[in-house]
Design a protein around this ligand. Structure first.
Ligand code: HEC
Length: 193
């Protein structure tokens, strides 16, 4: 009678099945063996967690000093200096002529950002002052003192605030475009045509 030896191919098949079964793992969190695991699975650090890799141990690094956003030129005239305010008045040029569209936009922005202090007509009688919430009377923007200022000087005051600091800077709230439109509206005597 011929002996029933297992053939090589059967042995190999059984071995392969065993290896396959053995490689099944009940632990669903186990990702298996990996070649260079630290490259395959990079460490996800929390954005603001401390870091062993940088000397100040901050992970969310600040941009390099002097970095500026694309398409934006930093404002060149320092705050709280009369010389700088006047220099802005001499050098900055209002890109807009008073047209209905520009003035209406200027009026809308003025009413949002300035009217609560200076009043809708710029008389210095806005709600915050009249209700006593703001202690100082805001300058009337209808006076010659303001109306005779070059556009760039008013632009500067909006951007950096007043010299005393009583009026804060609006450079971060109002786009450069809209600041010029507000200036155009103020210098047009609060009229939209
Ligand atoms: C929180 C209240 C407040 C808001 C908001 C405000 N201002 Fe003023 N503004 C003042 C006060 C107060 C002064 C007087 C400040 C001073 O003498 O230092 C002033 C002064 C000014 C002056 C005269 C600056 C000078 O050289 O004497 C201009 C121009 C002006 N504001 C325009 C604006 C415009 C335009 C806006 C809106 C973008 C605005 N202000 C928003 C309170 C405000």
């Amino acid at each position: 009678m011929k002996k029933q030896y297992l053939s090589i191919s059967k042995l190999l098949t059984i071995a392969a099945v065993l290896i396959l079964l053995a490689s099944c793992n009940r632990d669903n969190n186990y990702t298996g063996h990996a070649y260079f695991p630290d490259m395959a699975y990079s460490n996800a650090f929390e954005t603001y967690a401390s870091s062993p890799n940088f000397s100040d141990s901050v992970r969310m690094l600040l941009p390099v000093n002097g970095t500026i956003p694309r398409g934006k030129i930093p404002y060149q005239y320092a705050a709280k200096s009369f010389d700088e305010q006047q220099r802005a008045g001499r050098e900055l040029v209002n890109p807009y002529q008073p047209s209905k569209e520009i003035l209406e936009r200027g009026q809308a922005e003025f009413n949002i950002y300035c009217a609560m202090c200076h009043g809708e007509q710029g008389m210095g009688d806005g709600h915050l002052f009249k209700s006593g919430l703001f202690p100082v009377q805001p300058t009337s923007l209808r006076t010659n003192y303001v109306q005779d200022k070059p556009d760039g000087e008013i632009f500067h005051v909006i951007t950096q605030g007043s010299i005393s600091g009583l009026m804060g800077s609006h450079g971060n709230q109002i786009s450069e475009d809209d600041r010029w439109k507000i200036v155009t509206y103020v210098k047009n005597g609060f009229k939209v045509n």
